[in-house]
Design a protein around this ligand. Structure first.
Ligand SMILES: C[S@@+](CC[C@H](N)C(=O)[O-])C[C@H]1O[C@@H](n2cnc3c(N)ncnc32)[C@H](O)[C@@H]1O
Length: 149
């Protein structure tokens, strides 16, 4: 988002909510420290801009980028979520693999209700949504979109 909006970024009410059920996962995410291997696909200019090398093979996400992220514990199995506004993009990768089909369908419907019209759902590359029960439109592998009204 920073790269897209550039100097106008501060004019947008932009940000990222990062959730997980696991406190250890949240605390690792809050630290924002990655090995070179984990960030090997980040283009060098973005790596230099948004990461700082803290040790041999350890890279930390910059504080300015981290300040855009809110970390919260959330159980995706909850029947409702405490979010007032809808999201333009929901990314839920490699989590639904743990759930059975009815649970996945219910989860995708909850996501749908929390997506802005025209907004996107990103899933993992090894995952697919059932076309007969999925309310989103298929865009391409791993990307779905809520039709604009
Ligand atoms: C395989 S990891 C995927 C992490 C990340 N999305 C990725 O693609 O690299 C699965 C994550 O789902 C979380 N998870 C499992 N069940 C969950 C639930 N009911 N609600 C929220 N998060 C859950 C786990 O704690 C774990 O961090």
């Amino acid at each position: 988002m920073r790269e897209y909006f550039k100097a106008k970024y501060h004019l947008w009410d932009a940000g990222l909510l990062a959730t997980d059920i696991s406190e250890p996962a949240l605390s690792a995410a809050k630290k924002g420290i990655y090995s070179s291997e984990r960030i090997r696909l980040v283009p060098p200019d973005l790596k230099n801009k948004y990461f700082k090398k803290i040790q041999d093979d350890e890279w930390a996400v910059s504080d300015s980028l981290k300040s855009e992220i809110t970390f919260r514990r959330l159980n995706l199995m909850n029947q409702s979520y405490p979010f007032k506004k809808q999201f333009d993009i929901i990314s839920c990768r490699n989590v639904m693999i743990y759930f059975d089909q009815p649970t996945r369908d219910a989860l995708v419907n909850r996501f749908y209700n929390h997506t802005t019209p025209g907004g996107y759902l990103f899933i993992g590359h090894s995952e697919t949504l059932r076309s007969d029960s999925c309310p989103y439109d298929y865009v391409k592998p791993a990307i779905y979109r809520k039709g604009a009204v």
